[in-house]
Design a protein. Structure first.
Length: 141
């Protein structure tokens, strides 16, 4: 069964937390890191929810929408070591890695995305906690 996991950028506390409860009827989200901590409730408007894409990087770290990844080049799809932002492309209904100039590599481009990602992709931050990495993306583009 596919694991469905979310995390959220809390606009109030300015930090990322695991989503423990999504209460769509009351339009709120319960945030927390583990079962020992209490749950912090936020209105849905006060968070940005990020979906786990179902894959882990070469260090075993879960990859979420909004993560900034470094892809070690050396194959025909990427070519060079480069930073990308993990995004969901609604038009193509697929997750992709996107450069600052809009170039995209879709997970479906890899014959075996799980193998490629476990060997070539490393999460180095995310667009909320590490905005300086986006500036680096701009400088490289």
């Amino acid at each position: 069964m596919k694991e469905i996991t979310f995390r959220a950028w809390d606009k109030i506390s300015k930090e990322i937390s695991n989503v423990k409860i999504l209460d769509i009827f009351k339009r709120r989200v319960g945030l927390g890191w583990n079962s020992y901590d209490g749950i912090t409730w936020r209105n849905i408007e006060d968070v940005i929810i990020m979906h786990y894409i179902g894959l882990k990087d070469k260090n075993g770290r879960e990859i979420y929408e909004g993560d900034i990844v470094l892809i070690d080049g050396g194959d025909s799809l990427v070519g060079i070591k480069q930073q990308y932002v993990v995004r969901y492309d609604n038009m193509n209904t697929s997750y992709c890695f996107e450069t600052n100039n809009g170039d995209k590599i879709y997970l479906t481009s890899f014959g075996n995305p799980d193998f490629f990602i476990k060997n070539k992709v490393e999460v180095i931050g995310n667009i909320y906690e590490n905005p300086e990495l986006i500036i680096l993306l701009s400088d490289d583009a």
